[in-house]
Write a protein that binds this ligand. Structure first.
Ligand code: G3H
Ligand code: 13P
Ligand code: ZN
Length: 284
């Protein structure tokens, strides 16, 4: 199929009260693992590329890989820019063929974040590309900050109301206690805050840093309005673990395809599990 927008997959998710997984891709094997999992689970899927992924693989390679993979399957596929912090980079992605972009202005003052996000939304609307914005700061688990410092970075529900109203975003990434990277302990999610944000904004909410979030918390988040769930670390870990295991078991192998095949399979299994957990399996 041709690529579709975030709106195309998140509106049915809203109706059906499930979430669609957004999986980070950096190379061909990861793209194939995600797309094959989506086809086998009959699930809509969001493939996302970060600015780092674009630096690594090249913008045109990412677009060509994902478009080629999407053409071969009969499930809706979104190509989304993850954490675009630079307006011009966002424009380059739109021009190159992304069907959805995130403008991450979370480090900017509120008014500036609203202003630039709104410009991206205006341009996205004109050319049929959906837009995710971010309010509040989703840190990394490696960031050395205390609990009270973390809470100070959480999304303020009233600011979120203003942000959504004035920017017009299709989806809102929120800081409610998740973080990028592997968690040291069990993450403490602020579900009350999520509930309030949802009530005040009515927005389609995005959970970042979802690798390592316990399944029950994921389900509760979905019940409270999470509709897009970002997974990267779980894929990275399974990829590297499978490669290490293969090399340990086959020290004389020199064929890269043999090294990467189990890594692809391991990622595919993770994506399939997540699609079932998020409730998107069987929805395409
Ligand atoms: O949110 C960040 C994603 O895991 C992408 O990470 O910028 O290292 O590609 P990256
Ligand atoms: P994890 O790497 O923690 O899964 O987070 C992914 C993410 O939020 C990408 O934007
Ligand atoms: Zn993220």
């Amino acid at each position: 199929m041709e690529l579709v927008t975030l709106k195309d997959v998140l509106e049915p998710a809203e109706q059906g009260c499930y979430a669609v997984g957004a999986f980070n891709a950096n190379n061909m094997e990861i793209v194939q693992a995600i797309i094959e999992a989506a086809a086998e689970e009959r699930s809509p899927v969001i493939l996302q590329a970060s600015q780092g992924a674009i630096r690594y693989a090249g913008l045109d390679y990412i677009v060509a890989l994902v478009k080629t993979a999407a053409k071969g399957v009969n499930v809706p596929v979104v190509l989304h820019l993850d954490h675009g912090t630079d307006f011009l980079q966002v424009m380059r992605c739109i021009r190159a063929g992304f069907s959805s972009v995130m403008f991450d202005g979370s480090s900017l003052p509120l008014a500036e974040n609203i202003e630039i996000t709104r410009q991206v939304v205006d341009i996205g609307r004109a050319v049929g590309v959906s837009v995710e914005g971010e309010l509040g700061k989703i840190g990394g688990t490696e960031d050395d900050v205390s609990v009270s410092e973390k809470e100070a970075l959480f999304t303020d529900p009233l600011e979120a109301q203003r942000f959504v109203r004035e920017s017009g975003v299709d989806a809102l990434a929120v800081a409610i206690g998740t973080a990028h990277g592997p968690y040291k302990g069990r993450p403490e999610l602020d579900f009350e805050r999520l509930k309030k944000i949802r009530e005040l904004t009515g927005a389609t909410i995005v959970m970042h840093g979802a690798s390592g979030v316990p399944d029950d918390d994921v389900r509760q988040g979905i019940a409270l309005g999470i509709r897009k769930i970002n997974i990267d670390t779980d894929l990275r870990q399974s990829f590297v673990r499978a490669i290490k295991e293969f090399i340990a078991a086959n020290p004389d192998n020199i064929d890269p395809r043999k090294v990467l095949a189990p890594a692809k399979e391991a990622m595919k299994n993770i994506v399939r599990e997540k699609m079932r957990l998020f409730g998107s399996a069987g929805k395409a």
